[in-house]
Design a protein around this ligand. Structure first.
Ligand SMILES: Cc1cc2nc3c(=O)[nH]c(=O)nc-3n(C[C@H](O)[C@H](O)[C@H](O)COP(=O)(O)OP(=O)(O)OC[C@H]3O[C@@H](n4cnc5c(N)ncnc54)[C@H](O)[C@@H]3O)c2cc1C
Ligand code: FES
Length: 243
């Protein structure tokens, strides 16, 4: 069921993932598919979309980058956040080995997907990319779900020195029958979509655009004629390369 009016939830628990990324665990649940998002409202500030890291309890991982996310990071346990959703088309888990590729807080929807895939008995390998080791987020969640985690850091402080896309190519080489699921910076997603096309790998990519309504009404999230809030946020490799 979708909640279409902003509904208040209390923050039950806060967890710092890195100096700028915090996970918010709320005191309520939704019924959502991995990859779907919710609109989060803070009165007198704004309303913005965030991926679900989990739906029960509602869990969000928020990177502090601007006015809205700054206001969210000021909130403390016991404070309220208003949520509506879930919205959009999520990932469609396939019954084959999975390679998940997350850049920065792009790990958020993938952590939810990883748990669902593992519950279906699917082998899951995760390539997580960040500038340095302390910027890697949600690693313990992937490990707790039983995934093999392969970090990539640009400064080489943990795992592979370089990009998560290099690690993804290595993982696809090891699992040629795998499906790829990714979320992160657009350049990373486009590179992975090209890799999928080259290798004939089914790929699903969670994209971002500026959102206002989250409902397919305002048109602000246009993505080459598609709407990210209604037709996505998860798109195929062909849609990413064609947009
Ligand atoms: C479907 C969807 C799911 C999303 N899921 C999440 C999520 O799980 N966690 C999360 O933290 N965010 C997520 N976002 C993005 C989130 O909505 C934005 O981070 C938020 O809009 C930033 O708002 P702001 O007001 O704090 O900053 P803004 O005013 O929007 O931006 C402030 C400044 O930061 C820059 N900026 C904006 N976004 C980023 C960024 N991602 N990285 C670096 N610089 C940036 C802008 O260019 C601007 O200069 C998602 C977006 C979409 C569309
Ligand atoms: S955010 Fe309004 S149409 Fe997508």
């Amino acid at each position: 069921m979708t909640i279409d009016l902003p509904t208040a939830f209390r923050i039950r628990h806060l967890r710092d993932e890195s100096p700028t990324v915090r996970t918010f665990i709320l005191d309520g649940a939704l019924h959502a598919e991995p990859g779907q998002f919710v609109m989060v409202w803070i009165p007198r500030v704004n309303e913005k979309p965030f991926s679900l890291v989990d739906d029960a309890p509602i869990t969000l991982t928020i990177a502090r980058v601007g006015p809205f996310t700054e206001a969210a990071h000021w909130l403390r346990e016991g404070d309220r956040l208003w949520v509506r959703g879930p919205y959009g088309r999520g990932f469609a888990p396939l019954p084959r080995p999975a390679v998940l590729v997350g850049g920065g807080y792009g790990a958020a929807p993938l952590a939810f997907l990883a748990r669902r895939l593992r519950a279906q008995g699917v082998e899951v390998s995760v390539a997580l990319g960040a500038k340095c080791a302390r910027d890697l987020v949600l690693v313990e969640r992937f490990q707790a779900a039983g995934c093999a985690v392969h970090p990539a850091t640009e400064d080489g402080s943990l795992g592979h020195r370089g990009l998560a896309t290099d690690v993804a190519a290595r993982l696809l080489d090891k699992h040629p029958d795998a499906a790829l699921y990714a979320c992160g910076p657009e350049a990373m997603l486009e590179r992975l979509a090209r890799l999928c096309r080259e290798w004939g790998t089914p790929g699903q990519f969670s994209m971002e655009r500026l959102m206002k309504c989250g409902l397919g009404v305002c048109g602000s999230c246009d993505y080459g004629g598609l709407l990210v809030c209604r037709d996505g946020p998860v798109f195929s490799a062909e849609q990413v390369l064609g947009a």
